[in-house]
Design a protein around this ligand. Structure first.
Ligand SMILES: Nc1ncnc2c1ncn2[C@@H]1O[C@H](COP(=O)(O)OP(=O)(O)OP(=O)(O)O)[C@@H](O)[C@H]1O
Length: 249
């Protein structure tokens, strides 16, 4: 499964928001999109999903099943966490939940360390707990494409790592397409198989993380001075130091 994006343009109130975007998302890759607020990342994801009126083409190579995790999750009051995750199997469910389905739900809850939340009301959970439960629902559906918009924004640092590790492992193991938008550059560097920079509605890098994560390029993109160094486990840490003053470069 691959997704081919050709000459994708989206306009809002006649203003172009996405401008002639071309790229290809490969299966078995967790692809990350980074970029400043308002650069068009969410609209891009929605255009991939077919939620936006667009020019150009988005072609899915074969039959696909998408799990989409939006930026804001609406909490339905009436579901427990278990029931909420079970909804990921909507379409496959019969009058009873079979042993395989039960095992799949238990396994994903276990992996994300949310088993103890099973009987709680989804709406009563913290924002971070809700993000983990939404991922569990997305995975239990066994998608061939998973698209997530800032899925780790409410998580503590351990859960951010667990979340992205679980997601990347799933993408690799099942050879599916994973596409996420994320603001944390160190996490993006650590967990991206492909990495794209969005600037003013255009993708300005072709997906190679090493090329995308060049210091000067990122400093120009964000207007921030950065410190970049290798961690003890040979990943890149990207630390924002200070905004670059207008006209100082
Ligand atoms: N319905 C709309 N009408 C007009 N402009 C819109 C509309 N929806 C989005 N936009 C504009 O499109 C641009 C891109 O929005 P988008 O939500 O994709 O940004 P983003 O990169 O995801 O930002 P963030 O990092 O803040 O989530 C913004 O300038 C936004 O104001």
């Amino acid at each position: 499964m691959t997704i081919l994006v050709e000459n994708l343009t989206v306009r809002k109130k006649e203003k172009p928001i996405l401008k002639d975007v071309n790229c290809r998302f490969e299966d078995g890759h967790l692809s990350t999109i980074i970029g400043v607020n308002g650069s068009g990342k969410s609209i891009f994801l929605k255009a991939l999903l077919g939620f936006e009126k667009k020019d150009g083409q988005v072609t899915f190579e074969k039959d696909h099943k998408i799990s989409y995790i939006p930026q804001k999750v609406t909490a339905d009051q009436y579901f427990t966490v278990f029931e909420f995750i079970l909804l990921g199997l909507y379409g496959d469910l019969d009058f009873r939940v079979n042993d395989g389905q039960l095992a799949a739900i238990e396994s994903v809850m276990d992996e994300l360390e949310i088993s103890d939340l099973a009987d709680q009301q989804f709406a009563d959970l913290s924002g971070g707990q809700q993000q983990l439960v939404v991922l569990a629902q997305a995975l239990v559906r066994q998608p061939t494409v998973i698209i997530a918009d800032e899925p780790t924004s409410a998580l503590d640092i351990k859960k951010q790592l667990q979340y992205l590790q679980t997601l990347q492992r799933y993408v690799h193991r099942h050879q599916i397409v994973g596409i996420i938008v994320i603001h944390d550059l160190t996490l993006a560097a650590r967990f991206s198989d492909s990495l794209y920079l969005m600037q003013g509605g255009q993708l300005i890098s072709a997906g190679d993380p090493d090329r995308a994560l060049q210091q000067e390029r990122l400093e120009d993109l964000y207007g921030v001075e950065l410190e970049m160094k290798e961690t003890v486990d040979q990943h890149l840490a990207i630390i924002p130091l200070r905004p670059i003053e207008e006209g100082s470069r």
